[in-house]
Design a protein around this ligand. Structure first.
Ligand code: SAM
Length: 351
């Protein structure tokens, strides 16, 4: 989840809601309002010591801006009307990773169309057009609305189905969809595990976001800057139960008949909820036989340096390199992201 409204240390992360606005328009709006733009977040933070109105574009995630943490949200009208949303950088990674290849395909299609190589209604033989995302565990809806924004344009024209089991949180989700103007999302107050993966109505679901409830050990409270590197003994039973629940949710997602790409994420730093869930998936013959494997690093935030813990991946450096970790020292919440892709022709993974 977003944590304390996008604030991590000295940074306040704001996502440009491209359902209501564009990054170009946002930059112009800030600059007209007397804000100075910096190329690097670090430079922006240094300048913020003497100048309050500064911002930077994020180097990894296109619709993301970094502002100084001291900026007060009520003073920013574009936040008040939902053109900007407060969302931690790490929390933006799952939808970005899920949709990176589809966005690249859409760009190729648009370029081919502009060059007259394909007609207005023609398609390149690639996945992506009309794609359908299912967000298994959606409230409050940060990742749902980001996915919806990324696939909303004419070139993809995608839709999101968003499941939330809890009634109170379902209401929060619906409020967020309204605030973000996410008309291409169908919210469902349902237990994801009760959906049938072979339901004909869900057979065109190709991409799934799996961001289940977790220990939240990656979210530093305002007073507590130090996160212990391992759970306390008394917490272990709870972490184990969470890890089993996370495994059940991600397994259910992998069984959807049309699924080709599934992103798993947590805001936990415990390996039991992170790499070890991934290793349990990779070890299952059922999933190997279906063609599931881990997406390689070049599809999963390739320029992000902090990767998985090798020891927690059974010593396998390739597996560790394919997944992403984040820590508060990276200017984000503690977070974990892995992406599974289905390739029916791939040789089975030995894990
Ligand atoms: N992805 C969300 C976002 O970025 O705003 C945060 C999701 S939060 C970590 C997990 C959510 O999953 C909670 O709202 C919880 O109520 C919901 N949840 C847990 N188990 C579920 C299930 N079996 N089916 C649907 N929703 C579930």
């Amino acid at each position: 989840e977003g944590g304390s409204e996008g604030i991590i240390g000295e940074i306040r992360w704001m996502r440009v809601n491209t359902l209501r606005w564009s990054v170009e328009a946002a930059v112009e709006w800030f600059e007209k309002g007397g804000w100075e733009m910096f190329e690097e977040v670090e430079e922006m933070l240094a300048a913020a010591q003497s100048k309050p109105k500064v911002f930077a574009l994020d180097a990894h995630i296109e619709p993301l801006l970094a502002l100084p943490a001291a900026v007060s949200l009520p003073t920013i009208s574009a936040y008040q009307d939902g053109r900007l949303l407060a969302q931690d950088k790490a929390s933006c990674m799952p939808a970005w990773v899920l949709l990176t290849p589809a966005l690249a395909d859409a760009e190729d299609r648009a370029a081919a169309r502009a060059a007259g190589e394909i007609g207005p209604d023609e398609d390149l033989p690639k996945r992506g057009k009309g794609l359908r995302v299912l967000d298994a565990t959606a409230a409050p809806g940060n990742k749902t609305t980001m996915a919806a924004a990324l696939i909303a344009g004419d070139e993809i024209n995608g839709k999101v189905t968003a499941c939330e089991r809890d009634q109170g949180r379902f209401k929060v989700l619906k409020d967020m969809l309204k605030r973000a103007d996410a008309k291409n999302v169908q919210p469902m107050n349902v237990d994801f595990l009760s959906l049938k993966p072979d339901d004909p109505k869900l057979k065109n679901v190709t991409h799934l976001l799996v961001d289940p409830s977790c220990s939240g050990s990656g979210i530093p409270s305002r007073l507590d800057h130090l996160i212990p590197s391992a759970p306390e003994a008394e917490q272990l039973a709870r972490i184990k139960a969470l890890s089993n629940f996370q495994m059940a949710i991600v397994s259910h997602a992998l069984r959807f008949s049309g699924a080709v790409r599934v992103v798993y994420s947590t805001c936990s730093i415990w390996e039991q909820e992170d790499e070890r869930v991934v290793m349990r998936v990779l070890a299952k013959k059922e999933f190997r036989d279906m063609g599931w494997r881990l997406a390689p690093r070049d599809e999963v935030m390739p320029t992000w340096e902090r990767r998985g813990r090798v020891a927690a991946c059974g010593g396998d450096e390739t597996i560790a390199d394919s997944v992403v970790r984040c820590l508060p020292e990276d200017g984000t919440n503690g977070f974990f992201v892995a992406c599974f892709v289905k390739d029916e022709n791939a040789p089975p993974i030995e894990a």
